[in-house]
Design a protein around this ligand. Structure first.
Ligand code: GLU
Length: 370
């Protein structure tokens, strides 16, 4: 399976960023950054999800214990996030690798429009060879919009960008079975095909023994990601060269097999997860382009627009004879569509005064009916 992964989300936990003496930035992250850069340079698309803002803020503010009040936690995150990015900026600069800070709350992923916007932004950053570095926006996240832990956040990001692989880097070697008495730790489990209740149970109570982040949230993350067609690996980020070893199939850590292929999981999300709020009627040329040639939908082939929708909404694409052809996420609102239908993509900016993209519906956001 060597090097079959192209788009990889890597999550780094706080335990790899701090030392037992509570000093921020351990030696491990320097090695991890180096590996990420060589993967990037070999053509992989890398997205880093990092924890450590609150930890870094605690060090900077001289706090000995993790804050319990929300304002202090959020203040710590605000101080720490800039320390964190400053550290990454310096580490990645040594490899001439550009990075980008992206702070998310659940709000961006639950809302269709901002979901699409986040997706487009992350893909643009990848196209420009930057490594997006994502954390939860802890400074503003209150309960209703919180992911709560970065394992879950990384799984949702992996699903969002349709990653091939999610790597959860932590400070233990992977998932361990329990000893027969159910109390101790047995063997490392190399491959999990199915996340059964038994597997979920193995992760329980592992928090104090070996991990700071805890195994339970990693199993939840693996459930989310594998269901969306993303393979997941839990690896020990303290082992030198672990990323390349794992990617070259040297059999490290625990791998969770992806459940569905990613196209079908995204298809499911667009087909069944979203309400259709409008309809786009296209001519035969556009039909041929999207149906038989695998192209995106451009404004030139659009004949008519029905319904009320905003950018990011789901619409049905129909032929001029009323036949439904596809469903997709549209990049322009009804008002904008009325102005640009039938026009060339090169005219969009002139007509609207802005342009989100050349495509009305990007191929990645278009699901064809059988
Ligand atoms: N977003 C938190 C931070 O940067 C970490 C959450 C987690 O470790 O899961 O400190």
């Amino acid at each position: 399976m060597a090097y079959t992964w192209n788009r990889i989300v890597v999550k780094v936990g706080t335990s790899l960023l701090t030392t037992p003496e509570d000093d921020f930035l351990s030696v491990y992250i320097t090695g991890i950054v180096k590996e990420l850069c060589s993967l990037r340079q070999s053509g992989k698309e890398i997205i880093l999800v990092t924890s450590g803002a609150i930890g870094a803020g605690m060090c900077r503010l001289g706090l000995k214990h993790r804050p319990t009040t929300i304002p202090l936690k959020q203040a710590c995150a605000a101080v720490g996030q800039s320390c964190l990015m400053n550290t990454y900026e310096q580490l990645f600069a040594e490899h001439q690798q550009s990075i980008a800070q992206v702070l998310l709350t659940h709000h961006e992923l639950a809302n269709r429009r901002s979901y699409l916007n986040t997706y487009n932004t992350l893909l643009t950053l990848l196209q420009y060879n930057a490594i997006p570095i994502i954390n939860e926006n802890d400074t503003v996240a209150v309960d209703e919009i919180k992911f709560g832990d970065n394992d879950t956040l990384s799984a949702l990001v992996a699903q969002l960008v349709e990653a091939d692989l999610l790597i959860l880097l932590t400070d233990i070697d992977g998932l361990y079975s329990k000893t027969p008495d159910g109390k101790g730790f047995g063997e490392l489990i190399p491959l999990v095909e199915d996340i059964t209740p038994e597997i979920v149970n193995m992760a329980k109570g592992s928090k104090n023994k070996f991990t700071t982040g805890g195994m339970a949230t990693k199993i939840t993350a693996a459930q989310i990601a594998t269901t969306a067609g993303v393979t997941v690996m839990i690896l020990n980020g303290r082992i030198h060269g672990i990323l390349s070893d794992a990617l070259f199939g040297k059999g490290c850590g625990t791998t969770f097999a992806a459940k569905a292929d990613k196209i079908s999981s995204r298809k499911r999300w667009i087909m069944y997860g979203l309400k259709t709020v409008g309809e786009i009627i296209i001519d035969d040329g556009a039909r041929e382009a999207i149906f038989n040639q695998g192209k995106s939908l451009l404004p030139s082939g659009i004949v008519e627009v029905k319904g009320h929708f905003e950018e990011g909404d789901a619409v049905i694409v129909s032929g001029i004879h009323g036949n439904s052809i596809a469903k997709g996420l549209i990049n322009y609102s009804r008002g904008a569509m009325a102005k640009i239908k039938g026009k060339q993509s090169s005219q969009i900016e002139e007509i609207l005064g802005y342009k989100y993209s050349d495509e009305i519906i990007h191929r990645d956001n278009l699901v064809m009916f059988e």
